[in-house]
Design a protein around this ligand. Structure first.
Ligand code: CBY
Length: 428
């Protein structure tokens, strides 16, 4: 009895031996905020597709302090409608994002979180993820990126969850951090944010935790940070351009786990700014996910009790639409299961991967038929030739060009004349 009472104290003591958070944050200076205008335009002009992207955008608006009443009200309304219409169909991570977005800073939408019992719904969905792992060879219903979002939201909004279970699940060697053997920086970064939230709640006395679990969580963070840093590229990006924002957030909150010499934050920032000027963040979710880190914010700054800020004076810039010459291009398209089925497809210059798939389907409805669902990143291909992706079996349709996996989805990858495109039945 006495001993179990001492355990949390030992944990606290252990934690206090770790050097205090140095908070190494590099950020875009106020006078250069105009470099961020393309991101704001993408988010504002997002035409509000009523998808989960609205939650990503609202969270980003509130976290960085963009107050644009009309846009914000629309986003909030869409999110609320979505919860009311298909609350129980939402995936765990979607619900977690909605809680983070509606609950950030002092606003009247908190009542909605309570009225719809969103936090207890999330507790239930998180539990279902864990149960699915038990029944399906360690595979969650969704993925570890979403499980991390779940833990983060439960941690920030005082939900309940089992800490020893979280410590066990988030072991950095767990296969769910990897897709086809490749460490997923997005996933690792989100896990670092979630685990750091737990760690912070221990230090500020909000939760009590067994010293063994705390040590375990500290070790997980340390090892995940190492894996994230080992995905740093020569130009400073971490993973790829779309994971870099979240990796930056993870590195901001974990600066006592690595040396200053291990990461040149300014170089990363400069490369991201260059990509912004090239129009790389044309998807609202992409813009929303990169933005917080650029002004030194992280998802751990989500705080239901702090006043909402206003940092940006918005001059809505119209987005530039590239002028496409109306010429045709021709590409080679293949579907690979065991056999490979191929065809040549002619599409307009400026077409996306999805347009090629649609054209191929017109050529042969049986061989090239496909289905898709809308996600916050655009269309996700769920089946080809009637063969469906399945999370519990870790199967999916991978998109490739010249034999290399793409880092964009079917709705945003621009195809080129003479290119060899492929959708391949794969395991991750
Ligand atoms: N979000 C999620 O649940 C998604 C989490 C995520 C890690 C996500 C990337 C990162 C993020 N920031 O949102 C993710 N992708 C996952 C988990 C997955 C797997 C989805 C299945 C599951 N169990 O949930 C899976 C199958 C491994 C996967 N991604 C596949 C693909 C390919 C999709 C092809 C198709 N069938 O349509 C594709 C195109 C890779 C390929 N070459 O086949 C792909 N993903 C890409 C490119 C991406 C990036 C999108 C970038 C872009 N500009 O479009 C990504 C940001 C993301 C979305 N995937 Co996945 C990763 C990156 O490049 N940094 C939570 C929810 C609430 O929104």
């Amino acid at each position: 009895m006495r001993q179990s009472h001492q355990l949390p104290l030992v944990g606290l003591l252990l934690y206090s031996l770790i050097p205090s958070q140095l908070c190494k944050i590099c950020e875009v200076h106020k006078e250069n905020y105009s470099c961020l205008n393309p991101l704001i335009s993408t988010m504002i002009n997002s035409k509000h597709t009523r998808g989960i992207q609205d939650a990503n955008v609202l969270l980003s608006f509130r976290l960085v302090g963009i107050q644009k009443q009309d846009v914000e009200q629309q986003l909030i309304q869409h999110i609320k409608d979505k919860v009311a219409r298909k609350g129980s169909d939402l995936t765990s991570g979607q619900l977690a994002l909605i809680i983070l977005a509606l609950g950030e800073c002092q606003n009247p939408d908190k009542k909605f979180i309570d009225d719809y019992h969103l936090v207890s719904q999330l507790e239930k969905k998180f539990q279902e993820e864990i149960e699915n792992m038990g029944a399906h060879n360690g595979n969650p219903l969704t993925n570890y990126y979403q499980l991390s979002l779940d833990v983060l939201a439960l941690c920030l909004f005082n939900g309940s969850y089992s800490i020893p279970k979280v410590a066990e699940l988030f072991d950095p060697e767990n296969k769910n951090y990897y897709f086809g053997g490749q460490f997923s920086v997005d996933t690792g970064a989100m896990a670092v944010l979630a685990l750091t939230c737990l760690e912070k709640n221990v230090t500020n006395g909000q939760i009590k935790i067994d010293s063994k679990d705390l040590e375990c969580i500290n070790n997980h963070i340390k090892s995940l940070v190492k894996k994230i840093l080992s995905e740093k590229k020569e130009n400073g990006l971490i993973g790829n351009i779309f994971s870099t924002g979240e990796a930056m957030q993870a590195l901001f909150v974990s600066s006592n786990y690595y040396n200053e010499s291990e990461w040149d934050c300014q170089q990363t920032l400069d490369t991201v700014l260059k990509e912004i000027s090239h129009g790389t963040f044309s998807i609202p979710t992409a813009a929303a996910q990169i933005f917080p880190a650029l002004i030194g914010k992280t998802y751990l700054d989500v705080n239901k009790d702090s006043p909402c800020s206003n940092n940006f004076n918005i001059s809505t810039c119209e987005s530039v639409t590239p002028t496409d010459s109306p010429s045709n291009i021709s590409v080679h398209y293949s579907v690979k299961i065991n056999e490979t089925y191929s065809t040549n497809v002619t599409v307009l210059n400026g077409s996306f991967f999805l347009d090629v798939m649609t054209e191929a389907q017109k050529i042969n409805e049986t061989i090239f038929s496909f289905t898709m669902v809308k996600t916050s990143w655009g269309p996700y291909i769920t089946s080809v030739q009637g063969l469906s992706a399945n999370s519990s079996k870790r199967t999916y349709w991978q998109l490739l060009s010249e034999g290399k996996p793409l880092s964009q989805g079917a709705g945003s990858y621009l195809v080129h004349d003479g290119e060899n495109l492929e959708v391949r039945w794969s395991k991750y």
